[in-house]
Design a protein. Structure first.
Length: 131
């Protein structure tokens, strides 16, 4: 079985449905506690946004399965079995979620240490300028 925890914010009281967790917001510390207890992180981006987000960085840092509708090509940041990108929720392969995904089995493809990240960015810029 799959256990999911969704916390919705910004939903007016009159539109809330029984059985769903609602909140006015959670602290970042509380968010990280959920991340540490999870095997995966689901991200739903609005309006076709395409940028690497805090959620993506959390998935990288904590080696979690990352499920997102982000349009950005994230392959360079994640290992093959660590990333699910989708256009339609129906396209998500639930078998991957039901399999015994072990987050720590994957090495990070990039180091998100701030100094290492600067080196990574500089290398990408140098490579782009060489073309």
């Amino acid at each position: 079985g799959i256990k999911c925890k969704f916390i919705l914010t910004g939903v007016p009281k009159e539109k809330q449905i029984n059985g769903i967790d609602y909140s006015n917001g959670i602290s970042y510390k509380e968010n990280l506690q959920y991340v540490l207890k999870s095997k995966s992180i689901l991200e739903i981006m609005q309006g076709g946004s395409c940028d690497i987000t805090v959620r993506a960085r959390e998935a990288i840092a904590y080696r979690r399965l990352f499920i997102t509708n982000c349009k950005l090509d994230l392959v360079e940041y994640f290992n093959d079995k660590q990333l699910i990108q989708f256009d339609n929720v129906k396209d998500i392969n639930l078998k991957i979620l039901k399999d015994n995904f072990c987050p720590n089995d994957y090495d990070q493809k990039i180091d998100i240490n701030p100094l290492q990240r600067l080196y990574f960015i500089q290398e990408k810029l140098d490579t782009k300028n060489e073309k």
